[in-house]
Ligand binder design. Structure first.
Ligand code: FAD
Length: 385
């Protein structure tokens, strides 16, 4: 097993690290009060090759592998987990568009996504369903060469600032579950689309919200993949995003851990720096161990993907471990800063709130454990149809 990085990987990691520490980290908290991420910052990310870098060179990507995408997202999330959503959504959904969209759509939109000119969003969850994702109701009704969209997508990251949505809609019978779901690429400025923004505990910069479709007409050629097969064709790519999401969380925790190691060497109680006390350095050492172990499993997942080997189980493992252990680590970092850590002047509370969202987003821990059990014990472990 080779843990060394190639020269190209080292170079792109250095670029991402520098951008993150100079441009993202200093304004992580200030950005929270803004409604969206500065478009110039996103364009700069695009120019540096930090958005959708795994996409095809035909559209402006660098065709990097999954491991390299992981290095990029980890570097970005160290500075600002919210900004790293842009890379996450571009890699996941840009990959969906690249694989499943008609060439004219790919050629029109992917270069703009990679340059940071257009933002993608994922439209899966609905008001009545999240974990049971195939149980969706938003309807796409065929009308000649078009489809007409009616319904609501709920809990959508970047709901108010995204330009495009990879949308899952029901094209089959109401009870057809995943067998009657199709994917579409939908520009979000069409007549009949309205958007709202939630007041969230964290990831406020990402702006989660609802998107409403009221008789929205789209050409049938905007379908992704085959009619009624969008769910199974597209969702298999979500193992990729699970590893990337875990790395986002771990990087955020690492930023708090690094800051806390520094602080406990400076702050003194009882005539000694805090770091002298095992009550202080043991929890930090434990978090470092768990964060590192989970990080290694993330890269194993990405490496399996790059080798076209099964990685569903590993992806589900890191998707619950990454957010959970990162929340635990950040919580202890906050406490080890004493009263100062409880102030909103410090970033730990924001990291705690931001990372906590990913304990739910893209699938909860329970759903991940159902997947792991199913991968190991087969359908005997599945309680639902
Ligand atoms: C920060 C954030 C970002 C998000 N971004 C997006 C996005 O961009 N696009 C999008 O489409 N969605 C997005 N979501 C929605 C997210 O994917 C769903 O919230 C998630 O899948 C859970 O669905 P739910 O909220 O409906 O909870 P429910 O499915 O109602 O579940 C409620 C609780 O019950 C548990 N539960 C459910 N079923 C079982 C079971 N069989 N066994 C044991 N426990 C169970 C769950 O784990 C959870 O704790 C986002 C959510 C968050 C918080």
């Amino acid at each position: 097993m080779d843990f060394s990085l190639s020269e190209d990987q080292i170079l792109i990691k250095q670029i991402a690290d520098k951008f993150s520490k100079e441009k993202l980290l200093p304004d992580y908290q200030k950005r929270e009060s803004d409604s969206c991420i500065d478009p110039d910052l996103i364009r700069e990310m695009g120019q540096l090759g930090l958005i959708g870098s795994d996409l095809s060179a035909v559209y402006g990507g660098n065709e990097v592998d999954g491991v390299t995408s992981g290095l990029i997202i980890e570097a970005l999330a160290y500075g600002d987990i919210n900004v790293s959503y842009i890379q996450l959504l571009a890699s996941l959904l840009g990959g969906v568009v690249q694989t499943h969209a008609a060439e004219e759509l790919r050629a029109e939109y992917l270069p703009l996504v990679i340059q940071g000119e257009k933002l993608l969003s994922l439209g899966l969850t609905e008001p009545q369903t999240g974990s049971d994702a195939a149980n969706l109701r938003l309807k796409a009704t065929r009308d000649g060469d078009d489809y007409i969209l009616n319904g609501e997508k709920a809990s959508i990251s970047m709901a108010t600032c995204a330009d495009l949505m990879v949308l899952f809609a029901r094209t089959g019978a109401a009870d057809s579950r995943s067998g009657g779901v199709s994917g579409f690429l939908v520009p979000l400025d069409l007549p009949g689309i309205k958007r709202s923004r939630y007041t969230d505990l964290g990831t406020r910069v990402v702006g989660r919200g609802s998107v409403f479709f009221d008789n929205v007409r789209i050409p049938a050629s905007w379908m992704l993949g085959d009619e009624h097969k969008g769910f199974s064709q597209i969702m298999c790519g979500f193992d990729y995003s699970r590893a990337l999401i875990a790395l986002q969380c771990l990087a955020s925790a690492q930023a708090s851990l690094d800051q806390t190691w520094q602080y406990v060497q400076e702050r003194e109680t009882f005539n000694a720096p805090l770091v002298k006390y095992q009550g202080v350095n043991f929890p930090l050492a434990e978090h470092e161990s768990i964060i590192e172990a989970t990080r290694v499993l993330c890269y194993k997942t990405l490496s399996l993907r790059d080798s076209n080997l099964p990685h569903t189980k590993e992806a589900a493992m890191v998707k619950w471990m990454g957010p959970k252990y990162s929340v635990n680590a950040i919580h202890d970092c906050l406490l080890l800063h004493g009263h100062a850590g409880y102030s909103t002047d410090m970033a730990h509370q924001q990291r705690l709130r931001d990372v906590m969202g990913l304990e739910i987003g893209d699938g909860t821990a329970q759903i991940m454990k159902i997947i792991i059990a199913r991968e190991i014990a087969g359908n005997a472990s599945v309680q639902y149809k």
